[in-house]
Design a protein around this ligand. Structure first.
Ligand SMILES: Cc1ncc(COP(=O)(O)O)c(C=O)c1O
Length: 411
């Protein structure tokens, strides 16, 4: 007689879920940390990458792979078959993996002067300890970038749009400098998204994102992605596996779902940001508005060449930096007086958010550091969300009116 298995064994070895023949429309969340095999030969082949398949989720996971290939497909629209992707637990994990993959002790990096603070810190506090050197350069003059390149330069690092001045990177010019130097052009395109600009089409070797921002778009998950040529992405994947900076399947599910609405969200946000920036720039309490959609912005012409246009016009991104008259205090007051816009970190979510730059995101910089990054002490960064443009304009106009009457009472 066949031995009846004990209740614990039966509970542990429940029948598996049926493998559906049809493709599911909703992406399954493959939460499994490991996979089982028919036999040891199959296990060895999958682990040794001689056969396709999944063995362990730190290495590869189908839900995570679906998100990574989704970003690759959007960024590589012109040549999708030549673009691969890797997903990460955060944007910084993505930045780190790219840098570790292509730098070694003695390597040199050229990066933009107001590069994202986390990237600045990684380069100067962490990688400097391992013999990597970096020069931060004003990218508005490519001759300075050219002059900073050394024989040891392995990466020219750029940001399609740089916070908070919304500087536009001359990706085509940087590509020529990188090519002549035998260096890789790595572009952080977090603030642009592939809906605004696809740097691979302009010569970038690798494009990375903090998916926490526009790709995720709802302020409910953290992630990162790197896309580019499959041979380069293979090296980035090795670092991801060895450093364990893998995205979780739950976050990958949310991020992949958000990709489906990325064009709708970003187009709408860009259109709102354009009318918002134009309206704010006219207010008498405002000293300066940094937004590449405004003809007065130094990156306006470049943006028109590099950024996508639709029936609604060129998309210039959805981050707008507003500097009121009155310096630091006025900036704080503007942020604190708004009612619709939330005072919060990060950009790219459905809700409009603001940050007084000098006291928060660049809070570690002194007066000289702020000036060097081109940031005014009163600058307030708006991440324009999906609210109605008229409501956002009314909110900021009320706050600016209050600033003005406050200044008038003081004088
Ligand atoms: C331009 C840019 N790159 C990278 C990062 C880092 O991303 P994460 O916070 O997802 O690690 C950020 C985050 O603010 C960012 O703004």
């Amino acid at each position: 007689m066949r031995r009846r298995l004990g209740e614990n064994t039966r509970a542990i070895h429940l029948p598996p879920a049926p493998a559906p023949r049809q493709l599911p429309i909703g992406l399954p969340v493959w939460r499994s940390a490991s996979w089982s095999f028919e036999n040891s030969a199959e296990y060895a082949d999958v682990l040794g990458e001689r056969a396709p398949g999944f063995a362990y989720s730190r290495i590869d996971n189908p839900t995570v792979a679906a998100f990574a290939s989704g970003v690759a497909s959007l960024e590589g629209a012109a040549a999708p078959e030549e673009v691969a992707g890797q997903a990460f637990a955060s944007g910084m994990a993505a930045v780190n993996a790219v840098l570790l993959a292509f730098l070694r002790s003695g390597s040199h990096v050229v990066a933009p002067a107001p590069v994202y603070g986390g990237t600045y810190s990684l380069l100067t506090n962490v990688l400097a300890r391992f013999g990597v050197s970096v020069d931060f350069v004003d990218y508005s003059d490519l001759r300075r970038v050219h002059a900073a390149v050394k024989t040891s330069t392995k990466i020219i690092y750029a940001e399609t749009l740089t916070n908070p001045t919304m500087a536009v990177a001359d990706i085509r010019g940087l590509y020529r400098i990188a090519r002549d130097a035998g260096a890789l052009l790595v572009v952080d395109s977090t603030l642009a998204t592939p809906v605004v600009c696809r740097p691979l089409e302009h010569g970038a070797d690798l494009v990375l994102h903090s998916a926490t921002k526009y790709l995720g778009g709802h302020d409910d998950c953290t992630g990162g992605a790197v896309v580019g040529r499959p041979d380069l992405i293979g090296k980035v994947r090795e670092v991801r596996i060895d450093t364990g900076s893998t995205l979780s399947p739950d976050e990958a599910f949310l991020l992949r779902r958000s990709l489906e609405t990325l064009p709708l969200r970003v187009r709408r946000m860009c259109a709102t940001a354009m009318v918002f920036a134009a309206a704010v720039a006219k207010h008498p309490a405002v000293r300066r508005v940094d937004y590449p959609g405004l003809p007065s912005h130094p990156g306006h012409q470049l943006a028109r060449q590099l950024f996508d246009a639709g029936p609604e016009g060129t998309r210039f991104g959805a981050s707008v930096t507003v500097t009121p008259h009155g310096g630091y205090e006025a900036g704080v007051m503007l942020a604190d007086t708004l009612r619709l816009a939330l005072i919060a970190t990060s950009v790219g979510g459905t809700r409009t958010k603001v940050a007084h730059v000098a006291s928060t995101t660049r809070g570690r910089l002194d007066e000289a550091g702020l000036t060097a990054s081109g940031v005014d002490a009163g600058a307030v960064r708006f991440s324009v969300g999906l609210e109605d443009a008229e409501d956002l304009i009314a909110d900021v106009t009320d706050a600016l009116d209050a600033l003005r009457s406050n200044a008038a009472t003081r004088t």
